[in-house]
Design a protein around this ligand. Structure first.
Ligand code: C2E
Ligand code: MG
Ligand code: MG
Length: 721
């Protein structure tokens, strides 16, 4: 390989083929001779010009180039030798044949010395002249071709030099010892080195220390075939700085150069290094996106699984343990539905940041999607280690999180599965942690729990139930049963409580206790509540048109219904549609709703009350701080929870029920006792000042047509009294 110099390349205009035509100039003072030459020498592709003096010949030659000059030795104005000198001085390459009457050999030698190509004596023999002309032209043509060839070689070398010197790639050659013997100017902008400073220095000067072994192995690989190239990705360092952040990643193609053609020994290396830092960065961004969650920038499901599998393999080798946590934020959907997705996203980010602070180096926190997170603790000794971290996580969320729309107290349910006790594959461990998490949700949330294999079957049932529930509304599998609320004193039915039933195609009639929570978690409760309200109103309107104008209908609401902004208008418009007086509808809400005042429940309850509806507190007495919230929530009725009624086995006084009736009187509220199963309970309640009751003793919840029969003959309900 030739090493180009520094001159910039200027492409030549034409590298075309040698012109085949020959121009011949005849310079002779004898006009007869001038005329005969073209005849004697005629040949296709030859053209002739003629002139009788040296001066005129020079004029012609200044105008154009000739291949051959037939030059008389003596001319009137000067000797032919003068023209020869003229040509030599100007480095002209015209071939010259001297034609002269001078027969002295020294005249011929003189002419040939001064650059003539041949000499023909006058009077000439035609054949002799022709031979001389042919051979001179032939020689001239060869020289011309050679000149063109070397011109092309020069141009081609210039082109290659240009390509190498201006290449966007770093191009270099190394000698047999691996030292630079050539580097193109790209080195300066790429790495900041002066090319001369690197000459004769080892190539490894440029290589990042981390990659030196690798490249040395490659360069010294004896197994490579002569002339076989290799390609490797390599990090080169910049002239200042040797940190990994300050390097350029290149794709290097190396081609060993051979000492001699056919000789296997290497004489060095020809290398082309392309800067692929940009591509690398793009690849890193793409792979980051593929393995991370966009919102929190935490590892995603794919990366979590990778890390978990790796951790399992390592734990297996050292017979160690590891833990997987499955975390779900409690009631996260509320935030999203109430305050919008932007606020929900901000909350997720804040929670992710809090969770991160509880972890140790080497632990992985991932977001699986939605409000689900997982944590891999690859290095635990005893289950208590996982317990400590779970406690830390719950504590980390104890302080409220302040966002643009307010303060949030987030809690979470955490399920934990241990390797190898609860599973030996990534799938099993994650699934079992998920099941344990569900168990936490069921038993009140905001806690952690270890996987318990006996829970597994429940989990399968739950998944099947979820699938069926999604279709239940569409398939019309819901139905309302009605349970009367009776006044003992008046021996009348004063109200009916609408109780939801699900006619499951396989499991039969299901109580709401088995599916309401699932519907809440699946976000389906709103739709179900609307259906219940519509159905209950339709039914009440029917009974009213059958003459039961005083009858009140009680409808149960879920706390989640109060997260809906339009709860009030959606209920009042339902009443209007069915032309029902609002006082005939009682909404049953739970105490837990009132303890959670984030969703502005008090305002909504007040709006419902001022629209004329009754509001009852269901299962009253099972929550806390009852008095405090009764002052805040303008409810109309308290329903004494069944658990208090159950304890009533005789006409003795009961402190709790006395207290409840006392409260009710104080706040001027109605009272309904739930779960009355025995006549003794009814009597005791009556003595305690509680008149309206509901329970199996009077009637079990039943379909509408049965309820209508009770309405027609209420005395049947008091048969035992
Ligand atoms: P709840 O509102 O306290 O309803 C009373 C529950 O006690 C009903 O159970 C009823 O069948 C049962 N019960 C009535 N009398 C007696 C008795 O003498 N002894 C006993 N042991 N139980 C009695 P059910 O129908 O299974 O409903 C359970 C709970 O599901 C309800 O408790 C209510 O909180 C909820 N629920 C019912 N229907 C709906 C609904 O349409 N929407 C919502 N969100 N929740 C509903
Ligand atoms: Mg109820
Ligand atoms: Mg109840």
């Amino acid at each position: 390989m030739s090493i180009p110099g520094d001159k910039p390349f200027q492409p030549t205009k034409s590298l075309g083929p040698v012109e085949p035509d020959f121009r011949i100039l005849i310079v002779d003072d004898d006009p007869a001779l001038r005329r005969t030459f073209p005849h004697v020498l005629a040949h296709p592709g030859r053209s002739f010009d003629e002139t009788g003096s040296i001066a005129e010949a020079i004029v012609r030659l200044e105008q154009q180039h000739y291949d051959l000059i037939l030059l008389d030795y003596r001319l009137p104005d000067a000797s032919g030798l003068a023209l020869l000198d003229w040509l030599v001085e100007r480095r002209r390459d015209e071939a010259v044949i001297i034609i002269s009457g001078e027969d002295a050999i020294d005249a011929a030698i003189g002419a040939l010395r001064r650059g003539a190509d041949d000499y023909v004596r006058k009077p000439y023999h035609v054949a002799q002249l022709q031979r001389a002309v042919e051979s001179t032209l032939h020689k001239g043509a060869l020289e011309k071709a050679n000149r063109a060839m070397s011109q092309r070689l020069r141009a081609s070398e210039q082109l290659h030099r240009y390509l190498v010197e201006s290449s966007p790639d770093l191009i270099f050659t190394l000698d047999a010892e691996g030292r630079f013997s050539y580097i193109n100017p790209r080195i300066k902008p790429l790495l900041g080195f002066e090319r001369n400073a690197l000459m004769r220095r080892p190539f490894t000067t440029l290589v990042m220390p981390e990659d030196i072994d690798r490249i040395c192995n490659l360069l010294n690989q004896p197994s490579r075939m002569p002339g076989e190239s290799f390609n490797v990705e390599l990090r080169l360092r910049r002239s200042r700085g040797s940190s990994i952040d300050d390097c350029v990643t290149v794709s290097l193609t190396g081609l060993p150069m051979l000492a001699q053609p056919g000789d296997g020994r290497s004489a060095g290396l020809y290398g082309v290094a392309r800067d692929i830092s940009e591509r690398k960065r793009a690849e890193e961004i793409i792979s980051f996106q593929a393995y991370h969650d966009q919102l929190t920038h935490l590892p995603n499901r794919v990366l979590f699984k990778d890390r978990l599998e790796l951790a399992i393999a390592q734990a297996q080798r050292r017979t160690g343990a590891l833990a997987v946590m499955f975390i779900d934020i409690d009631r996260f959907k509320l935030v999203n539905d109430t305050y919008g997705h932007a606020e929900g996203d901000a909350l997720l980010r804040a929670i992710a940041a809090r969770l991160s602070t509880t972890l140790r180096r080497g632990d992985t926190l991932a977001r699986l999607g939605g409000d689900e997170f997982t944590i891999l603790l690859p290095d635990i000794n005893v289950p208590e280690d996982a317990e400590t971290i779970a406690t830390k996580i719950l504590d980390a969320l104890a302080a409220p999180i302040t966002l643009s729309q307010g303060e949030y107290r987030a809690t979470m349910s955490i399920g934990i599965a241990l390797f190898p006790r609860d599973g030996t594959t990534a799938e099993d461990l994650t699934r079992h942690a998920d099941i344990a998490m569900y168990q936490v949700k069921r038993s009140g949330k905001n806690a952690f729990r270890f996987f318990d294999p006996t829970l597994n079957t429940h989990h399968h049932e739950r998944i099947a139930l979820e699938n069926d529930l999604r279709n239940a509304l569409l398939r019309g599998e819901f139905e309302l049963h009605y349970q009367p609320q009776v006044s003992i004193a008046r021996r009348q039915i004063v109200g009916m409580e609408a109780l939801l039933r699900w006619r499951h195609p396989v499991l039969g009639s299901l109580s709401p206790n088995t599916f309401i929570q699932v519907a809440e978690e699946l976000g389906m409760i709103g739709e179900i509540s609307r259906w219940v309200m519509e159905e209950a109103c339709t039914q009440l309107a029917q009974w009213r048109s059958a003459g039961h104008l005083e009858l009140r209908m009680s409808v149960n609401l879920s706390p989640l219904d109060f997260d809906k902004r339009d709860i009030v208008s959606s209920i009042t418009s339902c009443l209007t549609r069915h032309a029902l007086p609002p006082g005939q509808i009682e909404l049953e809400i739970t105490e837990s709703l009132m303890m959670n005042d984030t969703a502005d429940v008090a305002t909504k309850v007040r709006e419902l009350r001022s629209a004329g509806l009754s509001v009852a507190i269901d299962d009253f007495g099972t929550g806390y701080s009852a008095l405090a919230y009764l002052q805040k929530f303008p409810v109309s009725t308290l329903k004494i929870d069944r658990s208090f009624v159950r304890d009533l086995d005789g006409p003795s006084t009961n402190p709790i029920i006395s207290a409840i009736t006392g409260i009710a009187r104080g706040f001027a509220l109605d009272i309904v006792a739930e779960g009355v199963e025995q006549p003794e309970q009814a009597e005791a309640l009556q003595l305690l000042g509680c008149d309206v009751m509901q329970g199996y003793w009077f009637a079990r919840p039943a379909p509408a047509h049965e309820a209508l029969e009770w309405l027609a003959q209420p005395a049947r309900l008091f048969a035992g009294h």
